[in-house]
Design a binder for this molecule. Structure first.
Ligand SMILES: CC(C)(COP(=O)(O)OP(=O)(O)OC[C@H]1O[C@@H](n2cnc3c(N)ncnc32)[C@H](O)[C@@H]1OP(=O)(O)O)[C@@H](O)C(=O)NCCC(=O)NCCS
Ligand SMILES: [Zn+2]
Length: 210
């Protein structure tokens, strides 16, 4: 029987029946479901706790080897949304970026990548629930922007992304509504933004959903 190539919902394309491919896929699939195991995360302080889950911040003040080990989670997130860049690689040149890691013991099970954006504009949801530019305010604002948000698949739909975004806002001493969202949204990303900013929100980028 010929080998068949398949693309799994985790984003990985592999040859079914090829042992090497299957081993690789099993690891990738486990990261998609349960996040990335990174022992280095234990050295980071927490900004918030929820049961045994905690949030740690990774930025240029964290030693580079630790930072680079931890930001591999951005690649795990990238695999399940391949048309979106990983964005953060943990190098010193990325001064503008920080990564908030949602941690369960030694696993990173979710993340928000934040950056600073000069040109955030107001958007609103119309009666059909579609997003559109706010017609009463076309001015642009500078502020923190949610560049990426991701939760490992087996931890979704428990309110964890909402909690993570709220704690990021608290850490930055701002309101959730003061933070911008990078667009275009994914389907689930748009639902998250709508649940946190039901009236209007600050956005940057392409308005169409992916
Ligand atoms: C978007 C994402 C981070 C949401 O994480 P989550 O922890 O499941 O979100 P929450 O449980 O906090 O839910 C937030 C809100 O969005 C809704 N929601 C989230 N994902 C949804 C989905 N797939 N379908 C329907 N509703 C969804 C929830 O119902 C909730 O709204 P409510 O409180 O009004 O019911 C997660 O689905 C994910 O990682 N997706 C893949 C990566 C991605 O698309 N990131 C966004 C890039 S723009
Ligand atoms: Zn898979």
């Amino acid at each position: 029987m010929p080998d068949s190539i398949t693309t799994c919902k985790c984003g990985e394309t592999y040859v079914v029946g090829n042992p090497e491919n299957e081993v690789w896929h099993n690891q990738v699939h486990d990261e998609y479901l349960n996040g990335l195991n990174v022992t280095e995360v234990q050295s980071l302080q927490s900004i918030a706790w929820r049961g045994q889950l905690r949030i740690a911040v990774i930025n240029n003040s964290v030693e580079e080897p630790i930072r680079k080990a931890i930001v591999r989670v951005a690649m795990v997130a990238h695999r399940c949304m391949p048309s979106y860049k990983a964005c953060y690689y943990g190098t010193n040149s990325e001064e503008n970026l920080s990564l908030y890691a949602l941690v369960d013991n030694t696993r990173i099970i979710g993340m928000v990548i934040m950056s600073y954006e000069e040109h955030l504009c107001w958007y609103t949801w119309n009666a059909k629930g579609d997003l559109q530019p706010c017609i009463t305010d076309f001015t642009s604002h500078g502020g923190p922007k949610i560049t990426r948000v991701w939760i490992a698949a087996s931890y979704r739909s428990r309110g964890l992304a909402q909690w993570l975004v709220r704690e990021v806002a608290a850490d930055l001493s701002c309101l959730v509504s003061d933070m911008g969202w990078e667009m275009p949204f994914t389907e689930s990303g748009e639902k998250l933004a709508k649940s946190l900013c039901p009236k209007e929100f600050l956005g940057y980028g392409d308005i169409s959903s992916q």
